[in-house]
Design a protein around this ligand. Structure first.
Ligand SMILES: [Zn+2]
Length: 233
């Protein structure tokens, strides 16, 4: 049986709170192995970008390259298939690739086999484009669901949440940058976006402008910017 079902007990309110934590809590392991911050013994942190690749990915890669920073990009399978060269440029420049599902579906609206298909479908698109299979998975909207534990186990994926959410899809660049710089610390994992839920026409200018402010500010504070794999090492 699914260990995911072991949520029962207590009052209805407590059960609902518990279920919400299981689905969205950054430290929840209920729907599969998951991490949300790295080791705190060195001044290094991981920027992560979800929902790409998109038109805006190139500008972010230019900025990261300028500052000698590495990051992790959780790509949507369908977006990578739409922009395979852009997707590949990310890994070619030494950044890490993660799985962000095939279509950016809300997993809680899927059956367990539908969840499996979203994760496995993305994994095969990314493996074909990048030449190796991702090790990291980020759930769309941070919502894990039934079927994910088996998908992660079969595909050897570990979930990655975050210690800081940049809110770059709704805040102006300066406020995004302030949030990220204020939350910076050893082992932080920062969630930003180089696309918007797979919408091809999305405007990610705020993210690019925020990163232009974030990189020098973190460098001044002596942080090394590394991939998820490195910040967890
Ligand atoms: Zn997303």
């Amino acid at each position: 049986m699914h260990s995911e079902w072991m949520l029962a007990g207590g009052t209805a309110g407590a059960a609902i709170g518990c279920a919400a934590w299981a689905v969205r809590g950054r430290a929840s392991q209920v729907f599969g192995r998951s991490v949300w911050r790295g080791s705190d013994n060195r001044p290094r942190l991981a920027l992560t970008f979800d929902d790409g690749p998109s038109f805006w990915t190139a500008a972010l890669l230019d900025l990261l390259g300028e500052w000698g920073a590495k990051a992790s990009f959780f790509q949507i399978g369908e977006a990578a298939r739409r922009h395979p060269e852009l997707a590949r440029r990310v890994s070619d420049e030494g950044h890490e690739i993660g799985n962000h599902t095939l279509s950016h579906a809300a997993l809680y609206a899927k059956t367990p086999s539908g969840v499996y298909g979203e994760v496995a479908g993305c994994q095969s698109v990314l493996e074909e484009i990048h030449g190796c299979a991702p090790r990291w998975f980020r759930a769309p909207y941070g919502c894990r669901w039934f079927g994910l534990r088996r998908a992660q186990r079969d595909l050897d994926l570990t979930g990655v949440m975050w210690s800081c959410l940049g809110l770059d899809w709704k805040l102006p660049a300066s406020r995004v940058a302030n949030r990220v710089v204020a939350a910076a610390g050893n082992g932080a994992i920062v969630c930003l976006h180089d696309g918007r839920a797979g919408r091809p026409d999305a405007d990610c200018r705020a993210t690019v402008d925020a990163v232009r402010l974030i990189l020098p500010a973190l460098r001044e504070r002596q942080f090394e910017l590394v991939t998820v794999s490195e910040v967890l090492a």
